[in-house]
Design a protein. Sequence first.
Length: 76
Amino acid sequence: MERTMTDRYLDPHQARTRTPTTYEDLLGDAIERAYAAGIHDLASLVESLNNSGLSSPSGQLWTEAIYRQEIAALGN
């Protein structure tokens, strides 16, 4: 089957260069649960991550700065 330019926009994993780690899957799930609960601001998202039981990469509580760092690192 030949792919068209339109098809690539239908692939939700088009930017992936590798399979996500378990940590990345857990972080994504925690963020999705927060959004589903109506949380859309960073302070509340960080609070939700801390309440989820998922530690930041350093093992510390999530802060806005740690969240921004981690998301930037994962985006590279």
